[in-house]
Design a protein around this ligand. Structure first.
Ligand code: SAH
Ligand code: SF4
Length: 383
């Protein structure tokens, strides 16, 4: 154990990291070495964000999906629950709630649709959100794969960031967890990420951790992929079984497996912080599904973003990507109170009223860059 601690301490002092170094760090599972890892990640987090966390109020505005990802509870073939599409008024009420409660940014997430009505709906939500918040609210979209034109249209309408997880950077594993029907292609996903970045969004990606057949080397390559693709923000979390999905049939799901996936989830956050440094990293709700204080542990491992669910309560039960999703019985008010307690437990504060953009994006664009200033001035003319 002593030699292992010694080599871990040595790796943690390095400025750059090989795939092998990353594998060693990701394999940590004993408390003493995890402490070393966490301390280093925490130090880097504090360097860029001090003790401030930022919120992204999550609005899950539709569970209708054209895709059939083998792991996901709302996949097209799952007929066990009601499909919903929130009305424009309901969505705007959620946006207003976020703004009034000083959540500086929102994430608009949905199952994937590519039809013209959906594209128009998202465009209208973006324009109205900019208008009612006088361009103050930060907006992340998480609406899956779209054409370059659609991404451009949404960027023009006021989206700042786009979150599209690569799910796994191993193309063979990607094939195993998606149907082979021409609609779920690894190359297409990578092309979308490249387009998103080129257009000027803050690019968010991430993976599921602990997938069947996934190895430590795959996860190390995922971190190197985040770097290569130039991600400004990372949203990743443990894979959690949804019992009525095809992947559930081959996934190991004993208590030991779940604990292992949870620890790997924390290690991935810490190592990503250490390797990528100044990117935004979310402590996702999936961590809390596996451990009651999972999100707090995610923050302690180096995450600086929290995504409180702000979807209208009646829809929450029908947006279950995985089993035992937390917060589905709560209102946005209850989530707010609960999360404040959690934030103070880890001695952090929330940057209320701030967008909390990724420092890596700001650096890239010349310390302060606001691509929306012009558009904001322009957008007032639209109404
Ligand atoms: N349809 C969009 C956004 C909604 S799904 C998209 O796919 O990008 C958002 C994320 O939920 C997915 O990227 C996936 O990583 C995650 N997810 C789906 N099923 C999951 C499961 N069983 N366990 C953990 N995460 C899951
Ligand atoms: Fe649809 Fe996203 Fe779920 Fe895939 S992960 S089935 S695209 S909601």
């Amino acid at each position: 154990m002593k030699t292992l601690s010694h080599s871990i301490s040595k790796i943690l002092k390095q400025k750059s990291f090989s795939q092998e170094d990353i594998c060693i760090l990701l394999s940590i599972h004993d408390p003493a070495n995890y402490q070393l890892l966490q301390t280093k990640a925490d130090q880097i987090q504090k360097q860029y964000f001090q003790d401030t966390l930022h919120y992204r109020g999550l609005i899950e505005f539709s569970n209708i999906c054209i895709k059939d990802c083998l792991y996901c509870g709302i996949r097209k073939s799952n007929l066990d629950f009601d499909r919903y599409q929130m009305s424009l008024d309901e969505i705007m009420d959620c946006v207003k709630w976020n703004h009034e409660n000083q959540y500086g940014s929102i994430t608009l997430q949905a199952g994937e649709r590519q039809d013209p009505e959906f594209i128009e709906l998202v465009t209208t939500i973006l324009q109205r959100s900019q208008k009612i918040t006088q361009g103050k609210i930060g907006i992340t979209l998480s609406c899956g794969e779209q054409t370059k034109e659609t991404y451009e249209k949404w960027f023009e309408a006021g989206a700042h960031r786009y979150l599209l997880r690569i799910e796994t950077s191993n193309s063979e594993l990607y094939q195993k967890i998606h149907p082979q029907d021409g609609l779920h292609q690894f190359e297409k996903r990578v092309e979308c990420l490249q387009n998103i970045r080129k257009i000027g969004y803050q690019l968010g990606t991430g993976v599921m951790i602990g997938l069947p057949h996934q190895t430590i080397t795959d996860l190390a390559n995922d971190i190197l992929f985040f770097k290569r693709i130039g991600a400004h923000m990372i949203g990743m979390g443990p894979y959690i079984v949804h019992s009525s999905t095809p992947l559930a049939k081959i996934a190991n799901n004993s208590v030991k497996d779940i604990q292992h996936r949870f620890q790997l989830g924390l290690n991935m956050i810490a190592v990503t912080r250490i390797v990528l440094k100044n990117v935004n990293i979310a402590a996702t709700t999936a961590l809390q599904a596996l451990d009651p204080i999972g999100r707090e542990k995610g923050v302690e491992a180096g995450a600086n973003i929290l995504m409180p669910i702000t979807t209208t309560k009646k829809y929450r039960k029908d947006y279950q990507l995985y089993d035992n999703k937390p917060c589905i019985e709560d209102t946005s008010e209850q989530c707010k109170r609960c999360l404040m307690g959690r934030v103070s437990m880890v001695q952090r504060k929330v940057g209320f009223g701030e967008q909390g953009n990724s420092p890596s994006y700001k650096t890239e664009k010349g310390n302060y860059y606001d691509p929306f200033l012009e558009r904001r001035n322009h957008s007032t003319e639209l109404y």
